[in-house]
Design a protein around this ligand. Structure first.
Ligand SMILES: *[C@@H]1O[C@H](CO)[C@@H](O)[C@H](O)[C@H]1NC(C)=O
Ligand SMILES: *[C@@H]1O[C@H](CO)[C@@H](O)[C@H](O)[C@H]1NC(C)=O
Ligand SMILES: *[C@@H]1O[C@H](CO)[C@@H](O)[C@H](O)[C@H]1NC(C)=O
Ligand SMILES: *[C@@H]1O[C@H](CO)[C@@H](O)[C@H](O)[C@H]1NC(C)=O
Ligand SMILES: *[C@@H]1O[C@H](CO)[C@@H](O)[C@H](O)[C@H]1NC(C)=O
Length: 448
């Protein structure tokens, strides 16, 4: 739509700006000033001059050159069909006016030639040929001038009218634009609110209703790795979990040994065997190898975090052997409808807080689905990664896995509060690479 309208608008605005300049000059010129072509030329933007050679007797066409102008369009130009049609009819009006203008031009030419006999000009193309004794304001010349004046003023009015209409439409567009942003915001807030309510209800239901139904398989369902912690031998490995009994059971990797165990691992990077430059669908479903590098999947992370309040623990190690961690007391990933929006808060740890607030409440973005806050591009495409990008990032644990420090675009795994990272001046200095990353979650209420 926008692309279709641009040439029309540009074309029309070129005509419209000529209204006050060109037509008033032409109108006053028709009453006598027009003869001084130097005056016309001093209207630097508008040029009225003969088109082609003109003999003494024949009529020759005149050409009017109108300056270009730029109209400011609203950013989000969500025009409706109606506006398009209005513009098209306006365009038609202007075209008619323009052809009327050409007609006028021809008549003006004639009157100029007559005027030149009394008011010599520098560029007088008819000099010497016209009779010096001929009176300039013969009755026929007066008729032509008056006719022209009428036409000109009619045109001027129509064009002014058209300009006013355009201005009115512009105001309407601005309003519509503001409105649609407002609506988006309101809907977003409502949906967030509703999702919160639904999550609360469904968690009440899956804990209480399931128990009430006393279906045995529900009773023994392991909702996440922490439900395996009463096993005699806590061993790291792949286990089945059912975070929501109405939904699927799926496999996860459980870290049953570190920091009290009971951790459900949602992301891990250990060897770079798996690319993290993936589509929305792949991030939704999950990819990789649960024993190696993997992303558990946004739907699963959503299910795991919606039924219980979860804490997130991030473990990072660089190739210099420095190990640090970041822990967030609150970690929640919304459903797909809300673009897997991230909520996290309550940092503690040693790695520094690179996630809050920059990535809090941000949507998930992949190279094929742009939900980031960067207006003129897709952070997921730029960094070849799926993440809760802002504009774009202060942390990206799904960046490319480099096995040693690298130069150039910072598309590797990144944690902005890491040691000495501020000395990595772009583009001269090397950037740190990370050897291992783990993101794992556990219920807030878990007691090892
Ligand atoms: C030109 O016209 C004006 C009014 O229209 C008149 O007063 C004047 O006498 C005319 N001049 C000549 C030379 O005809
Ligand atoms: C959700 O809506 C209810 C009722 O309109 C309101 O009381 C509540 O504060 C809202 N909650 C949030 C998180 O906006
Ligand atoms: C959970 O169930 C809903 C509704 O049937 C479905 O849309 C969603 O994909 C399921 N999630 C998982 C992880 O299976
Ligand atoms: C990511 O994958 C897409 C699709 O396969 C590809 O077009 C793009 O070049 C990749 N980006 C990077 C940084 O590797
Ligand atoms: C940070 O840089 C300083 C000076 O270059 C160095 O002495 C220190 O060991 C570095 N710290 C880490 C954790 O790399």
């Amino acid at each position: 739509m926008l692309r279709n309208m641009r040439p029309i608008l540009a074309w029309m605005s070129a005509l419209l700006v000529a209204v006050p300049l060109g037509l008033e000059a032409a109108v006053s010129g028709a009453t006598g000033v027009l003869g001084k072509s130097s005056e016309l030329e001093s209207c630097s933007q508008v040029k009225l001059r003969p088109a082609g050679q003109c003999g003494d007797e024949e009529e020759c066409p005149y050409q009017i050159t109108l300056p270009p102008m730029t109209i400011q369009l609203p950013k989000q130009f969500r025009l409706l069909e109606k506006t398009m049609k209005e513009l098209q009819s306006l365009k038609e009006t202007v075209r008619q006016l323009r052809s009327a203008c050409l007609e006028c031009g021809q008549q003006a030419d004639e009157s100029i030639r007559r005027d030149t006999s009394e008011t010599p000009t520098k560029k007088d193309h008819g000099r010497g040929d016209s009779s010096r004794s001929a009176p300039s304001n013969s009755s026929s010349s007066n008729d032509v001038i008056q006719e022209m004046q009428t036409k000109m003023s009619r045109m001027s009015n129509s064009l002014k009218n058209a300009r006013n209409q355009i201005n009115t439409m512009q105001v309407k567009l601005d309003m519509m634009n503001g409105l649609s942003q407002n609506v988006e915001e309101v809907v977003d807030r409502r949906v967030a609110n509703l999702t919160g309510v639904i999550n609360k209800l469904s968690s009440t239901c899956s804990t209480e209703c399931a128990a009430a139904r006393s279906a045995p398989q529900y009773m023994i369902a392991h909702r996440d790795c922490s439900d395996y912690s009463d096993l005699k031998h806590r061993i790291n490995g792949v286990y089945s979990v059912t975070p929501d009994v109405r939904n699927d059971t799926f496999e996860v990797f459980c870290d049953m040994e570190s920091y009290g165990g009971g951790w459900t691992v949602v992301q891990r990077r250990v060897n770079g065997a798996v690319s993290f430059n993936r589509t929305w669908a792949e991030y939704k479903k999950g990819f990789g190898d649960l024993q190696g590098d993997f992303w558990l999947g946004n739907d699963k992370i959503h299910l795991l975090t919606k039924t219980k309040d979860m804490v997130l623990r991030i473990e990072l190690e660089d190739f210099l052997g420095v190990r640090e961690y970041a822990k967030y007391d609150q970690f929640y990933v919304s459903n797909e409808f809300l673009n897997y929006r991230l909520s996290l808060n309550g940092y503690s740890g040693t790695a520094g807080d690179a996630m809050h607030p920059k990535h809090d409440q941000k949507f998930f973005t992949t190279h094929d689905k742009d939900n980031d806050m960067y207006p003129s591009g897709n952070c997921g495409t730029y960094y070849g990664s799926g993440w809760w990008f802002n504009t774009c990032m202060s942390a990206n644990l799904n960046g490319k896995y480099y096995i040693k420090r690298y130069k150039g675009k910072r598309d590797g795994i990144f944690w902005s509060t890491w040691h000495n990272i501020t000395s990595e001046y772009y583009p001269t200095n090397y950037r740190r690479a990370f050897k291992t990353v783990t993101m794992m979650i556990r219920p807030k209420t878990y007691a090892p």
